[in-house]
Design a binder for this molecule. Sequence first.
Ligand code: FES
Ligand code: MG
Length: 591
Amino acid sequence: MTAKDKRPLRSQAWFDNPENPGMSALYLERYLNYGLTREELQSGKPIIGIAQTGSDLSPCNRHHIELAKRVRDGITSAGGICLEFPVHPIQETGKRPTAALDRNLAYLGLVEVLYGYPLDGVVLMIGCDKTTPACLMAAATVNIPAIALSVGPMLNGWHRGERTGSGTIVWKARELQASGKIDSDEFVELVSSAAPSVGYCNTMGTATTMNSLAEALGMQLPGSAAIPAPYRERGQVAYRTGRRIVEMVEEDKKPSDIMTREAFENAIVVNSAIGGSTNAPIHLNGVARHLGVEIDNDDWQRLGHKIPLLVNIQPAGEYLGEDYHRAGGVPAVVAELIKAGLLPHPDAVTANGASIGENCRNAENLNPDVIRPVSDPLVKNAGFVNLKGNLFDSAIMKTSVISKEFRKRYLSNPDDPDAFEGRAIVFEGPEDYHHRIEDPSLEIDENCMLFIRGTGPIGYPGGAEVVNMQPPAALLKRGIHSLPCIGDGRQSGTSGSPSILNAAPEAAAMGGLALIRTGDRVRIDLRKGTANILISDEELAKRRADLEAKGGFPYPESQTPWQEIQRSLVDQFDKGMVLKPAVKYRDVAHT
Ligand code: FES
Ligand code: MG
């Protein structure tokens, strides 16, 4: 059978359309102008897009510019034709005001490209935090055959014989500088040591999390997520990914065939086992909504909370990305989960055509100190708790990172071991926090809880990673390193703080956080899953009416057109922070 005898491809509607040869000639004319031949474009060979997220503006993903060459080799050798194109850049650490603001913009742009151009399948070049969900969301909406390729983490960072992890080291360096142990040059040297090569953060931040979950969802070749960017295997898996997408087009294997409810349930369980970022529920819930799969934060608690932490990577553990890969990466983690009967759906199908169980069941765990067996985890119950009450409808807490110090201070009342109360200190965003945290008139002590608001998807467009707040210096000096922190913002996946975050609805959407005042008493009950301001419903209703009369919760004006557009359309964190009008569009390329 020649390529031309097979099922007609989508791209043929452009380049080889018998009903409209005139239009086909016009399309051909321009795509030939840099050297493609008519034989190639009319051969019936699949045309594969390479969605390039790497650029000079996106250092984490920049190595994809090199990897794309191997992807092309793979596509060509399997009989496909490559068209590489740029995706709107998203750099986590470089974009103001937040990189998260651009996730939905990159999503929209990629949807238009995949919908509007002659592509039969696409390789999604994923990596830095938001690039992965943006690409998966677009693939979900358009639903043409798609496979993801991670750019891979950086090599391990080292400083004076110790591993230094990207992102995570910043928290430590700040403490060292604040206490006068290092100066500003040593600060830069220490922080830069954590980023020794191309690739994304080598810690279990949002990037390693989302790339691992893209593999757990079945959207990457097995074993590919954790390979460090500079390793030869990274180029080799790029080649295999290119080969595989051509077959996927022939099989018409679409994102909706892979990213099923079962796949998301697997990913939630894997997220706990790897110690994944608190950004994961936002992004996975968002991808799921674009597929019409209903996943909420109750599912995260129900499926994920009791799963143990197996992967010993910073910030929760000791090691870094190279160690994770050498120990066996995602397949070794999945194998441990399967052995213990904890992976809910080993039959879920993946991009290579086999099930996740078939791919991973026999994967060897090559370093049980880096990837622990379920019988010897780093922490039990490593998933999230989903809290609700008059403060918000949903906010999550990663209870596994609660320190001994914190547990002793707040969770050791024998009559009520899972609950604590405190006096609220409320900050209006990160600038206000930095301005007032040392203000003695606040009388902050160990019985206080720090609140930050105005930092959600609308308030601080995209949501700021600011919920983990340091106590004032006087408390630090007394050895009190963390107070309970609650907010409608997010938190970097590289920080290990037990905050209550991603609160929805946010203050700017008139959630309960808009109504809290400094001095209110607040009660958190982790067993019951509740978070409440201890005031009457009448008082709350009165505060709400007063605020509404003033025009609602104030937030700063938008600085760019996109900020205004996103603010007017965006849903809350628990609903995936998606653009509300976008979720009704499904399968848009399959008309
Ligand atoms: Fe890009 Fe961490 S900043 S992966
Ligand atoms: Mg991050």
